[in-house]
Design a protein around this ligand. Structure first.
Ligand code: FCB
Length: 451
């Protein structure tokens, strides 16, 4: 493929969301509460005291949303499954009505010519399991694989693409280091075990997929990657960059794809980083069919013993463009991440499973939303993806984050990532200019990206 012109005809042009961020009705039809439901209802965690109680009301409006995707021309939809809808207590009896929602959603996607791409865990753990220790309990790996097996047995005919975990780094870092996500802990002593249990859970789920296998479907893992650059050529800053890179970008990929955690982990965590059993490391290396990469930004770092866990602090690039999340806009980083993955881990099929930007949009009473900056962000990142493909990266698809403005975790509804605007009081959907642009890109098979 060349640096200009069309993408391959099989390229999956997609859009992504996650269950807790869009569905609403978190306790409907026999669902159990999730840790996110509980966390949002404890004061002080979320801006303006908001929650996913209503969100985009997608649980009740999914048909309308699927039709909208079909009108845009979207070929694949990455959504996540709420564990506690399917298993209200996390284990045990299946809640048929909860499972039925995902069957209806998948059927409706297929009827509209859209491929379902399901993530099994996008951060909402059943509250009943959090109460038993959550991911810090070693059995959580088995609880997760048992839940995954239920879905493989019941929905495999409808769903061709499966991802086990979304961004395990965020689960550990935000949940157990920063304390900004549930379970809200600041416990570097616990974090290494959580990393390891997540990866054992991922591998056991992949094994369950193969064992149950009717031969079709693909399964992979989704990680967030962020290139790190040193603020100077000072050896201390260069070492800081390597620690930050190992901690964020290699902590999960090295064990899954190379069979060992990075040596830097022991430097970051000290004695809290145990030596994990060889048999676990063999398990974690269970082959996957693809890797999903979520890419938003890069970071420039310097050595700072008073900084974060890695002894690093971030140097904000004041002259650069930033999104409403204060994330630097850096499209070249997507290209360099894709090339780095190929260089380090070999020729694995890749998907960009999330990429997008929050910006302040025009007020929602308007009928059109001229989100020029989001449109430009998408265009420049798609061009970066195409350059990586021209350099030999086996990129099979791209999912914009997000289909809809939605509940952005601790930021509540303040940050809008959608290519479709949502007027939350009325639940009206408005296709933004970025959505119209994406639709034209899809219809031109990417040719429209060329200036
Ligand atoms: C990613 C998450 C997704 C969304 C985007 C903005 O880290 O996977 O749910 O919050 O960031």
């Amino acid at each position: 493929m060349s640096e200009s012109g069309s993408f391959p005809s099989a390229f999956l042009w997609g859009a992504a969301t996650s269950a807790y961020q869009i569905e609403g009705s978190p306790l409907a039809d026999g669902a159990g509460p999730s840790n996110w439901h509980q966390f949002c209802h404890e004061p002080g965690h979320i801006e303006n005291g908001e929650s996913g109680d209503v969100a985009c009301d997608h649980y009740r409006r999914y048909r309308e949303d699927v039709e909208l995707m079909a009108r845009i021309g979207i070929k694949a939809y990455r959504f996540s499954i709420s564990w506690s809808r399917v298993l209200p207590k996390g284990c045990g009896t299946v809640n048929e009505k909860g499972l039925e929602f995902y069957r209806r959603l998948s059927d409706s996607l297929l009827e509209n010519g859209i491929q379902p791409f399901a993530t099994l865990y996008h951060w909402d753990l059943p509250a009943a399991l959090e109460a038993r220790g959550g991911w810090a309990h070693p059995d959580c790996a088995h609880w997760f694989a048992d839940y995954a097996l239920v879905l493989f047995q019941r929905l495999r005919d409808q769903i061709p693409y499966w991802a086990t975990l979304n961004e395990p780094w965020v689960v550990v870092h935000a949940g157990y280091i920063e304390g900004s996500h549930p379970p809200g802990l600041r416990s570097p002593a616990t974090a290494p075990r959580v990393t390891h249990t997540l990866l054992r859970g991922h591998a056991l789920a992949v094994q369950a997929f193969r064992a149950e296998g009717s031969g079709h479907g693909q399964i992979g893992l989704v990680v967030n990657l962020e290139p790190k650059r040193a603020a100077s050529s000072d050896p201390a800053d260069l070492a800081a960059m390597e620690r930050a890179h190992a901690y964020m970008n290699r902590q999960f990929l090295d064990p899954v794809l190379l069979g060992a955690y990075p040596d830097e982990m022991a430097a970051v965590f000290g004695r809290a980083w145990p030596r994990f059993p060889d048999q676990d490391m063999r398990l974690i290396r269970e082959p996957i069919d693809f890797l999903g990469i979520n890419y938003y930004s890069r970071s420039v770092v310097r050595d700072d013993p008073a900084g974060d866990l890695c002894g690093v602090s971030r140097v904000r690039q004041a002259a650069a463009e930033h999104t409403a999340m204060d994330w630097e806009v850096f499209p070249e980083g997507l290209e360099s991440c894709l090339l780095w993955v190929r260089r380090r881990y070999g020729a694995l099929p890749l998907y960009v499973t999330e990429n997008g930007a929050a910006f302040e949009d025009a007020p929602m009473h308007s009928t059109a939303i001229k989100d020029v900056r989001r449109l430009d962000y998408l265009r420049r990142h798609l061009l970066a993806a195409r350059r990586a493909m021209a350099a030999g990266v086996d990129l099979r698809g791209y999912f914009v984050w997000s289909l809809l403005d939605n509940f952005e975790w601790t930021h509540g509804y303040a940050k809008r990532f959608g290519i479709v605007g949502v007027d939350f009081p009325t639940q009206r959907r408005i296709l933004k200019d970025s959505g119209k642009f994406y639709s034209d890109v899809i219809r031109s098979q990417g040719a429209l990206l060329d200036p």
